[in-house]
Design a protein around this ligand. Sequence first.
Ligand code: DC
Length: 233
Amino acid sequence: MLFFYCMENQKRYRAIAIDGVSSSGKSTMAKRLAETLGYTYIDTGAMYRAVTWYFLEHQVNIEDENEVSKALDKIFITFRMVDGKNVCFINGQNAEPYIRIMEVSDFVSLVAAISLVRKKMVSLQQEIGKSADVVMDGRDIGTVVFPEADVKIFVYSPARLRAERRWLEMKETNPDITVDEIENNLNMRDHIDSNREDSPLKRAEDAFFVDNTNLNVEEQYETALQIIKGKLS
Ligand code: DC
């Protein structure tokens, strides 16, 4: 009886790690892959964005470790299903409406470079992976969060192209935004994310590299799905 109980508790859940540069279509792809596979989708960028939004709202001085630590103690991040989507909540509040604005995008890489912040987010991400099959997208999923992930994919395309694609999505809600402005933000974030000391953005050696320069959304999804099916079979 005890044997079966242990076996039951030792169930190893699967992890699909999707990493890559900013705004490379990781989230759209990861979300759809999760739906197809019946896995839980976790947008780890949303977690860092939610923390950033809280820090901005509460004017937390990110140079002051003590202040950062105290603020982190007051932050509880969870994911809940809203209209069929797994959404990031901060302290019981849906974070989505607040975390995609430019102020957050401009500041998030600095917050995500803080080790105290990363420690808390990574441990939460690993906890989630202990009780569900996950598709997780971010920057360090295949290298730090799940170094033993079942499948690792690294997504890339040039910054100008990513900025143009993002502009098309944003122009309705933010008509004043320019491609240059978006490109500058993406370059700035990629630079900080790739050069920080703690878990920098980099391709895991065993990650499949997907350059989506010449792929549309559908083709990118299909490419990733075939990689995953091949690896899991
Ligand atoms: O995926 P995104 O653009 O929403 O992520 C926002 C920022 O969070 C990004 O600039 C880098 C950081 N991030 C990170 O450092 N590690 C992750 N696993 C996910 C995001």
